[in-house]
Design a protein around this ligand. Structure first.
Ligand code: C2E
Ligand code: CA
Ligand code: CA
Ligand code: CA
Length: 279
């Protein structure tokens, strides 16, 4: 049995206090992050397995503050969620990404699908379909060039609500994919009803794919299941040639990861696009 002495208790509450204070500080700084021009979007290529061409980009948010330096989205997205700021920030990211996709089309670069992450709060907001349509219209991007990434966990939290929202987005021609797939135990019956067109295999399964027999089996099963449901697959977190070889052998459709490129600034991404193949 763990001994919870007075000293441990003090350390525990001190740590909790620190975390709460940091959280509060983040929320306060985040409130002005947009107007202070501290947010930017970086883009990571999504690569077709068939010919190694860039067919998509994932928009990922970055935040730099004079007060605390660079803060990871893993830390500030939850703070943005809790404070409700995510609606404003999420709309901002969406517009930046859609505008960027339009700019690359205008520059005559090969068309790609722009993937943007959706948080739980955004997905539960009944105004979402209208907002997305409005941004696409204002920026002049046809909906087939956009894809919204929703984590499996958020989709499964309220499957019935998720189905309704996906149907509304689908009616407007807005595509969805399921992020971090494999971590949330979706059943086939859910997947059949979810209006999604792509599953994004979580990087925790991809990591040990060349050595771990269980991870091999899981990834292979996901790809086969997706194919039989008419869904595309993308693997995230691809870092090595061995992982690539296995995914190729399993006929995964697309890949994303440091092996091809880390997330980069728009200008650098454009350079990758102009270069054509990534390998
Ligand atoms: P995610 O959506 O699962 O994004 C993938 C994360 O994996 C990104 O981290 C990406 O930089 C990282 N990554 C890419 N390739 C590799 C690789 O080969 N190996 C490894 N180990 N990691 C790789 P990042 O940019 O730090 O974002 C972390 C999370 O923050 C994202 O996870 C997403 O949940 C959230 N996030 C980021 N931007 C946004 C946003 O605009 N909106 C929302 N709602 N969430 C965001
Ligand atoms: Ca994602
Ligand atoms: Ca993911
Ligand atoms: Ca994730």
């Amino acid at each position: 049995v763990k001994r919870a002495g007075r000293h441990d208790y003090r350390l525990f509450t001190a740590a909790m206090h620190l975390r709460a204070a940091r959280h509060l500080q983040l929320v306060n700084l985040l409130r002005y992050a947009i107007e202070r021009d501290q947010l930017r979007v970086v883009y990571q290529p999504q690569v077709s397995l068939l010919d190694q061409r860039i067919v998509g980009a994932e928009a990922l948010l970055r935040w730099s503050t004079p007060e605390l330096g660079d803060i990871s989205p893993v830390e500030f997205i939850p703070a943005a969620e809790d404070s409700g700021l995510i609606l404003q920030i999420g709309a901002w990211v969406l517009r930046q990404a859609v505008r960027q996709a339009r700019a690359w089309l205008d520059a005559g670069l090969a068309p790609l699908v722009m993937a943007v992450n959706l948080s739980a709060t955004q997905f539960r907001n009944t105004d979402l379909p209208e907002l997305v349509s409005q941004i696409l219209f204002e920026e002049g991007l046809p909906p087939e060039y956009l894809e919204l990434e929703l984590t499996e966990g958020v989709a499964l939290h309220d499957p019935q609500g998720a189905i309704t929202m996906m149907n509304h987005l689908h009616e407007r021609g807005i595509r969805m994919s399921i992020d971090d797939f494999g971590t949330g135990y979706s059943s086939l019956s859910h997947l059949k009803k979810f209006k999604v067109y792509k599953l994004k295999i979580d990087k925790s399964f991809v990591r040990d794919i060349s050595t771990d027999a269980e991870d091999k089996a899981i990834v292979s099963a996901i790809i086969n299941m997706a194919r039989s449901l008419g869904l595309k697959t993308i693997a995230e977190g691809v870092e090595t040639a061995e992982q690539l070889a296995f995914l190729q052998q399993q006929h995964c459709d697309e890949m994303q990861g440091y092996y091809f490129s880390k997330p980069v600034a728009p200008l650098e991404f454009q350079g990758l696009l102009e270069g054509g193949k990534l390998l």
